[in-house]
Ligand binder design. Structure first.
Ligand code: AP5
Length: 216
């Protein structure tokens, strides 16, 4: 089975949704930089205040801050069993730093799972997304409704719309994706690590396809 995985794809491609499914099925540690920043924002820490000033307008949090956070998390013993990086790396300096960190902790990246999704669908997914305030589980007002409106199926927490899930911030997020993150696909292709999947097939089929691939 492949461990030490990077999940890549544009905002709304389904990284978080897939990571939560794979984490349960394959017993991997899910490391989402977006979730880590949102936790810090909720806890009103210094990191949270800094992150909010970038995230809410759709910009990337500076590399040094993000790299430091991931380095610290990857060094923890639970990552020995394997990890899923969701939302990191997003820039070339982050990818280069990750290569160094992976060497230092002797946990090399084994595969980069990229989710393809067209822009129209990304806009539909992001504009309809609702997230649980307690556990972060993602829903959609049309395609992935909770059993009871506004309530998380998993923990009963209230659902909310993320501050960066609006038209203006999404435009900025997509611009960052095209300019800074998409070029990393070539970087990982050259390293022979890239494997792309069509995320339009739907949540369950995508999960089956990726899980079967990782289990090979
Ligand atoms: P982050 O939280 O990582 O956001 P993102 O990359 O923009 O991705 P999203 O969480 O929006 O989408 P997703 O791909 O996880 O989709 P989801 O599964 O929710 O980052 C947020 C911000 O933090 C960044 O903008 C930046 O400011 C900062 N940040 C984070 N990492 C950083 C870094 N490394 N460097 C600098 N800054 C960083 O699904 C979306 C919707 O679609 C849901 O409604 C879901 O129900 C639905 N859906 C999901 N999968 C499917 C499917 N297969 N079929 C149909 N519907 C689906």
């Amino acid at each position: 089975m492949k461990k030490n995985i990077i999940l890549m794809g544009p905002p709304g491609a389904g990284k978080g949704t897939l990571a939560k499914q794979l984490k349960e099925a394959l017993h991997l540690v899910h490391i989402s930089t977006g979730d880590m920043f949102r936790d810090a924002i909720k806890a009103k820490t210094e990191l949270g205040n800094l992150a909010a000033s970038y995230i809410n307008r759709g910009d990337l949090v500076p590399d040094d801050v993000t790299i430091g956070l991931v380095k610290e998390r990857l060094s923890q013993p639970d990552c020995e069993a394997g990890f899923l990086l969701d939302g990191f790396p997003r820039t070339l300096p982050q990818a280069e730093a990750l290569e160094e960190i992976a060497k230092q902790i002797s946990r090399p990246i084994e595969v980069v799972v990229n989710l393809d999704c067209d822009n129209e669908e990304l806009v539909r997914r992001i504009s309809g997304r609702r997230v649980c305030k307690n556990c972060g589980a993602p829903y959609h007002v049309v395609t992935m409704k909770p059993k009871a409106e506004g309530v998380c199926d998993l923990c009963g927490g209230p659902l909310y719309q993320r501050k960066d899930d609006n038209e203006e911030a999404l435009k900025v997020r997509l611009e960052h994706y095209v300019a800074e993150t998409k070029p990393l696909l070539d970087y990982y292709e050259k390293l022979g690590l890239l494997e792309s999947f069509d995320s339009l097939v739907g949540k369950e089929q995508l999960f089956d396809e990726v899980k079967n691939f990782l289990n090979k």
